[in-house]
Design a protein around this ligand. Structure first.
Ligand SMILES: Cc1ncc(COP(=O)(O)O)c(C=O)c1O
Length: 457
């Protein structure tokens, strides 16, 4: 039997098409509503924030959408990404399972986020946009969009959650190196930021608040600036499908097919990216791969949230979608996986979870870092705290297979490296990490604040 470790595709194998799960979804799409009127959004309403090509992709049901040459050229800087068989981790666990991971941490920004950032910057450039606005939590998305805007000559304003701005100065400097302007949110640059600061001058910020600020700046710019979102929406998951398409070919090179595919979930984009091409194989070609989304117990939108209509942001300016939500006013515990601290979830991941087509599990912070350190010490890569959630679940699967004496083939997405997350690792080694369980009562209480749309749809 082969003892190969890395499965590397050629540049010519870089996908030419993104895969759109909407074409094969057995679950009907749910409407996206205006936050002010609760009526379905129109392209006119969305065009304040997004260029038309992105809006068309958001609602497209075409199965394969061609990747523009300009986007593929930049993808070639880091794609196809390697698929690695985690042989040293397998050995350390003494497992009968085979563990594979797709390493998206090799992108210049350090995560999967450039897969959509490059595409979004391109479509904006073509549409004549001069500047973009966005939010970022831990800084991975902000760095990815900074990189992409730099390549396409667009200006970028990043609203970075204040606590992360203070805790992660090097992510901020990275964004500035690519030419972006970075502001600690809440700022005094927006009406919404000023209203938050008036109530709480020392507000640490949240992803929901930062989204509101970035949306407000774009929406009041008279068309000069557009807004870009790094997760949740259909077009973002579409762009991430290159991960799963490559992984299908690489698993084939390895002569195996995964029984379980695992990804961490914040808004759902890296999970959708790796899982949806395998979901297509389940739906169309009789495969039976389990698709497992992993979230923190501190932000358990899929495992404890309610599947209903909610606003995408705290200030209720972003569209309302049907999703698993903890309520748009959710203020997350200060866990170190900043990219997983969102109150909602991608509508498609939510719908598939509700329909039983994918599974979800929540893991605690300390056990997640146990897994991250075990991975670093065996495979050598220090994972992003977000990605470590997928590693925890993959190790749990491998240990379960060992107990049952099964040869289980496990594939997980290593969504990013953690080289800028040393303060999180330092806190872990100092014994300062806490486990947080978000209480079910808090979810119930938040439901009183939901938009009243259930009777309309
Ligand atoms: C490394 C990494 N993984 C995962 C995520 C979660 O996002 P998503 O669910 O969209 O993949 C983030 C978000 O910032 C991230 O930085």
């Amino acid at each position: 039997m082969s003892d190969q470790t890395k499965y590397i595709l050629n540049e010519t194998d870089l996908p030419r098409f993104w895969y759109n799960i909407a074409a094969d979804s057995p679950v009907p799409p749910t409407p996206v509503l205006r936050p002010d009127t609760l009526e379905p959004v129109t392209p006119d309403f969305l065009s304040v924030l997004f260029p038309m090509e992105i809006i068309l992709q958001e609602v497209s049901t075409e199965r394969f959408i061609q990747i523009p040459d300009e986007v593929r050229e930049i993808y070639k800087l880091y794609r196809p990404t390697p698929l690695i068989r985690a042989r040293r981790l397998e050995k350390a666990l003494g497992t009968t399972a085979h563990i594979y991971y797709k390493n998206e941490g090799v992108s210049p920004a350090g995560s999967h986020k450039p897969n959509t950032a490059i595409a979004q910057a391109f479509y904006n450039k073509v549409a004549g946009t001069k500047a973009l606005t966005t939010e970022t939590g831990a800084g991975q998305w902000g760095s990815a969009l900074s990189l992409a805007c730099n390549f396409f000559g667009l200006e970028l304003e990043v609203y970075m959650v204040k606590i992360s701005y203070q805790q992660k100065p090097y992510r901020r400097v990275m964004m500035q190196t690519y030419g972006a302007q970075v502001f600690a949110s809440p700022t005094d640059r927006t009406n919404y930021g000023r209203s938050v600061l008036a109530q709480d001058p020392s507000s640490p910020g949240s992803l929901g608040i930062a989204i509101s600020e970035a949306v407000e700046i774009a929406a009041t710019s008279g068309g000069a600036k557009k807004y870009s979102l790094g997760s949740v929406l259909n077009h973002v998951l579409l762009h991430q499908s290159v991960i799963g398409e490559e992984a299908l070919k690489q698993m084939d090179m390895a002569g195996e097919y995964p029984e379980v595919v695992i990804g961490c979930v914040g808004g759902g984009s890296n999970f959708g990216g790796i899982a949806y091409p395998f979901l297509r194989e389940n739906l169309k070609n009789g495969k039976r791969t389990r698709l497992l989304a992993v979230e923190p117990t501190a932000t358990p939108s899929l495992t404890k949230g309610v599947y209903t209509f909610d606003y995408g942001d705290t200030a209720r300016m972003a569209p309302i979608v049907k999703m698993h939500t903890l309520g748009h006013g959710f203020v997350p515990a200060p866990i170190h996986a900043g990219g997983l601290r969102y109150h909602g979830m991608s509508p498609s991941v939510s719908a598939f979870c509700d329909a039983g087509l994918i599974e979800a599990v929540a893991v605690k912070q300390r056990e997640t870092f146990d897994a991250a350190v075990q991975f670093a010490r065996t495979e050598g890569i220090i994972p992003a705290p977000e990605s470590a959630h997928a590693i925890r679940a993959a190790i749990n699967e491998a240990l379960d297979a060992k107990m049952k004496g099964e040869k289980r083939v496990i594939l997980f997405n290593l969504s990013g490296h953690g080289n800028f997350d040393m303060s999180a690792y330092e806190a872990y080694f100092a014994g300062r990490l806490e486990d947080y369980e978000y209480p079910a009562e808090a979810v119930q209480a938040a439901m009183a604040e939901l938009p009243r749309v259930d009777m309309l749809v």
